[in-house]
Design a protein around this ligand. Structure first.
Ligand code: PGA
Length: 251
């Protein structure tokens, strides 16, 4: 697994047509050409996953925004891990807060992670509290998410997982405010401590933790310099110019 920084583009339920998504993807390809040292993971909506199959760029990978927890069967409307790998999808975002809001529990997320790993999909596990408090209860929330979502995940699979710390209060156009680098640094140490308790110091030292939530070209460098292994970008990943700058500033 390369130690390149990873910049993840989460397009969410955007854009509204195949031709628009091709346009954004072409723009990203063009504007990130010189991004050696950075791995880019583009996560379009399911119907547009085929666009990136054609990409010859070595450091651009395809990611999905979700996967179902069962390998196959009668589950109308769901997408299996094998369907994704057959489209050359390499990564999958699991447990994004917008999915948790729709009812996804830590237990469901755990099943999705185990199932994805079995099919050799690399999970990007999202954790993050909905609000902060002065007593540190938000730390307990993130601890519970990690412990329950990683239940039964063996130590040797941890190198295949990226953890995305995404404070819910800093995500999207309704974000209360942006997270500071100090808030990220504190959580990064805390996550490593949990991983160390679960898997030992070696895994904690090598686990990749990316930051997500209102990342833009101006704050990208700050989070990278604070030790983030990469960034998870929502809104600004739909704008190739802004996304290109984020990638440039993360080198
Ligand atoms: P945002 O979204 O960059 O638009 O805040 C991030 C995310 O939800 O992953």
């Amino acid at each position: 697994m390369s130690q390149n920084k990873v910049i993840i583009a989460n397009w969410k339920m955007n854009p509204q047509s195949l031709s628009l998504s091709e346009g954004i993807f072409d723009g990203i390809l063009k504007l990130t050409k010189k991004s050696r040292g950075v791995d880019i993971i583009v996560c379009p909506p399911f119907p547009f996953l085929s666009i990136i199959k054609k990409s010859k760029s070595k450091n651009i990978y395809l990611g999905a925004q979700d996967v179902f927890e069962e390998p196959s069967g009668s589950y109308t409307g769901e997408i299996s891990a094998k369907m994704l790998t057959s489209l050359k999808v390499k990564y999958v975002i699991i447990g994004h807060s917008e999915r948790r809001k729709l009812g996804e529990t830590n237990q469901i997320i755990n099943k999705k992670i185990i199932n994805a790993l079995k099919s050799k999909l690399l999970p990007i596990l999202c954790v993050g509290e909905t609000s902060r408090d002065n007593n540190g209860f938000y730390l307990a929330t993130v601890k519970q998410q990690l412990v329950e979502c990683l239940d039964q995940v063996p130590k040797n699979k941890m190198k295949n997982i990226i953890i995305a710390y995404e404070p819910v209060w800093a995500i999207g156009s309704f974000a209360k405010r942006e997270a500071t680098k100090e808030e990220f640094i504190e959580m990064q140490i805390f996550i490593k401590k949990i991983i160390s308790d679960l898997y030992g110091l070696n895994v904690a030292n090598t686990v990749r933790i990316v930051y997500g939530g209102s990342v833009h070209p101006e704050n990208a460098k700050e989070f990278i310099e604070s030790g983030a292994s990469g960034l998870l970008v929502g809104r600004d990943s739909l704008d190739p110019v802004k996304f290109g700058k984020i990638v440039e500033n993360s080198k």
